[in-house]
Design a protein around this ligand. Sequence first.
Ligand SMILES: Cc1cc2nc3c(=O)[nH]c(=O)nc-3n(C[C@H](O)[C@H](O)[C@H](O)COP(=O)(O)OP(=O)(O)OC[C@H]3O[C@@H](n4cnc5c(N)ncnc54)[C@H](O)[C@@H]3O)c2cc1C
Length: 380
Amino acid sequence: MLSYWEQQSFIRYHYAVVGGGLVGLSTALTIKELHPKASVVVFEQGILPKGASTKNAGFACFGSLSELLNDINTIGEHATKQLVRDRWLGLQMLRKRIGDRGLGYESNGGYELLMESDLKYLDHMDRVNQLLIPIFKQPVFSENKQLVERFSFNPNRAATIISNPFEGQLHTGTMMRSLITLAARKGINLVTGAKVESFEQSTKDIHLKVSSASSEPLVFRVKKLAVCTNAFARQLLPSLEINPGRGLVLVTRPIKHLKIKGTFHYDQGYYYFRNVASRVLFGGGRNLDIQGETTDAFGINQRIMDHLIAELSEMIIPDQPFEVDHQWSGIMAFGQDKRPLVNLHSPGIGYAVRLGGMGVALGSLVGDRLARILCLPENA
Ligand SMILES: Cc1cc2nc3c(=O)[nH]c(=O)nc-3n(C[C@H](O)[C@H](O)[C@H](O)COP(=O)(O)OP(=O)(O)OC[C@H]3O[C@@H](n4cnc5c(N)ncnc54)[C@H](O)[C@@H]3O)c2cc1C
């Protein structure tokens, strides 16, 4: 049973956000910027944020050439350009909000490895560069075959490389710590280990039933609600079109004289690797078992992990011995295309979900959009 004091001080808020990932925290921060006096609570089911925001590879990217060509085939040139613009603006917003030190941001450039069967993408490079000129003011992609040798990739596998000077990398843990610290400084109340089980809207307010492992469920009362639960969104909003997708990542022990520096992609983004100081982080391979990886359960698919290790020794660092130091999985949210879902569910309740495999750059903008929608007086 709650005390009088608890009833007075902890149960009512102007705004509640469900999900303590990049989007949830960004939504809460914009709400506070727009309404500094409003009370804002963020409920996160994990002790640490449990979603993709703390598990990702830290690529500050907006799409490789082959990925963007794939997007153009699916959603057309206009929508692809819009998506790239949103990712780029989102990244600038994140860098401004946290600062590059607070992100562990490094501007080392991005690269796409093309195999012999991928050389067809080069025929479309100028077209994509032209499409993106209004955003970047100069061509984004250029071919540089000599990089295969410079980075010491296996030349029998990697035929050439496309480089992109606008791509960066960051330290995912540093980014999330900085966001959480900033949220606390702005007076946002982050409650971890607190799962929102359900919500009910009345004419006066919204009731949230929140459970935790160590106490009876509590009912909170809020005026407005933002659902930012990405791959887990169908639990609260079952009608949304979202499929979970698991991604695997490994990190090696430090490697002497490591040649690779920057962020790298191949096979339309299904594989990605980067340096983390002198270690290699490598992830992907979902396409080897799409059905098995369409899950929101954490776990390591050994077939995919074995394949990643084989790729490392055969193509990425063929001449260097390495040991895997860490491996983990994280859950992404996919739909029929890569555009996120940002909208009102009903007056006063909105959602920003389905960030796909490239939400780091996009997340701040998506959270900002949801906050602005919810803060409109007509959505009271
Ligand atoms: C392995 C992996 C690698 C990736 N690499 C990159 C990359 O390099 N670059 C890139 O741009 N993107 C990458 N991504 C994608 C990126 O991480 C995501 O798009 C982004 O973090 C999504 O942020 P989010 O806040 O929407 O979701 P999440 O971070 O998933 O946050 C949702 C949160 O909601 C919480 N939650 C869910 N349900 C409830 C509930 N009922 N009550 C309370 N809390 C709840 C979850 O615990 C979770 O913390 C990667 C993702 C994965 C999994």
